[in-house]
Write a protein that binds this ligand. Structure first.
Ligand code: CUA
Length: 365
């Protein structure tokens, strides 16, 4: 049976309306952790306000222009036996009006936009917490020079405090982005800079405690899509105890002589002795600084500093939960867990070594 054209048209319209509703519902949903539409800091609220200003102007223009168009199409549509309509050539008043109105609207959008660009690009004066952010293929390093902390992939900050970031890259161009907390900002390799000019600043003050995700936003190689990060916003007291814990054995605190100081208390523990042997014997030391080992004093080797890896919630740059199972799988086959990662085992680790290393790494809170 042939479908009647108007019924097919109505079905098409119903489908289009349904799609529109789904898109609208998706846009309004709350559970998208990397949506810029739910700002949780001063800087992202500024950016959101520019977005909303532009959006409302665009909506007004859309309704007026499309309304006029639809009205004209309907009102002046051709009817059978119509005479030829009057021919018009130019209308100076109309042309001035439709040039002037958009120009005014553009100024009203441009002024807050340019003002916000300047405001968000400058470094902040006297931040409460300073963090150096270093992009690596494919993970993030966070150093707190004044607090003596060096960590990876999880930026921990106190709520309500001004955070000042200084950012650069150890290899290629990356882009730091935590959509709810901080604007997107490129990080450039240090060798391309002259007199620190390419160290990019970024600042934010988070207004609610929480666990926020982020993402590298500049194509930087095979694992660009898995160069994730987390920003853990804590109450001041929780942040202070985190700092105290991370300072133990930190190369930024005890520069020079760490082997003795680091985990002397832990040395008696058999997990620590066995773990250190496996860490050195398995070749981990060639890429990872670790407290209690001969390279404890190194700030960063090729891979993340592991001195407090047990305190992190994720591994592989926000790719896997930091669980014994995932750690073991990672140690067994890093390339299988994150293809193209720079972690290549010099030789396969034995089951015994993996069990020992998992316990050892997890004990380093
Ligand atoms: Cu780093 Cu994309």
């Amino acid at each position: 049976m042939e479908r009647r054209p108007e019924r097919a048209g109505r079905a098409w319209l119903a489908r289009a309306a349904l799609l529109g509703l789904v898109l609208l519902a998706a846009a309004c949903a709350e559970n998208y952790p990397q949506s810029t539409l739910h700002p949780r800091s001063d800087i992202t609220r500024l950016i959101d306000s520019v977005f909303r200003t532009t959006f409302w102007w665009a909506l007004v223009v859309f309704v007026l222009v499309e309304g006029a168009l639809v009205y004209a199409l309907w009102r002046f549509r051709a009817r059978p036996n119509d005479p030829e309509p009057a021919q018009t050539h130019g209308n100076t008043t109309l042309e001035i009006v439709w040039t002037a109105i958009p120009a005014v609207i553009l100024v009203l959008i441009a002024v807050p936009t340019v003002r916000t660009i300047f405001k968000t690009s400058l470094p902040i004066a006297n931040p409460d917490v300073e963090v150096d952010v270093i992009g690596h293929q494919w993970w993030w390093e966070f150093r707190y020079p004044k607090l003596g902390v060096v960590t990876a992939n999880e930026l921990v900050v106190p709520v309500g405090k001004k955070i000042g970031l200084r950012m650069w890259s150890a290899d290629v161009v990356h882009s730091f982005w935590s959509p709810q907390l901080a604007s997107k900002r490129d990080v450039f390799p240090v060798f391309s800079q002259t007199k620190n000019k390419k160290v990019n600043p970024l600042w934010f003050t988070a207004d609610s405690v929480g666990d926020y995700t982020g993402q590298c936003a500049e194509l930087c190689g095979i694992e660009h899509g898995r160069m994730g990060l987390r920003v853990l916003v804590k109450q001041a007291a929780d942040f202070d105890s985190w700092v105290a814990q991370q300072r133990v054995g930190s190369p930024l605190v005890n520069a020079g002589k760490l082997e003795a100081a680091a985990d002397s208390a832990m040395k008696t523990d058999s997990i620590m002795t066995k773990g250190q042997t496996a860490f050195l014997g398995g070749g981990c030391i060639s890429c990872h600084a670790m407290m209690g080992t001969p390279l404890a004093g190194a700030l960063t080797l090729r891979g993340p500093n592991l001195s407090h890896v047990g305190s992190r919630t994720t591994i592989g740059a926000n790719m896997y939960e930091n669980t014994p199972t995932n750690l073991a799988a990672w140690l067994r086959d890093p390339q299988g867990m994150k293809k193209g990662s720079h972690m290549i085992l010099p030789r396969p680790l034995t089951d015994d070594e993996i069990t020992t290393l998992v316990a050892y790494l997890r004990a380093h809170k």
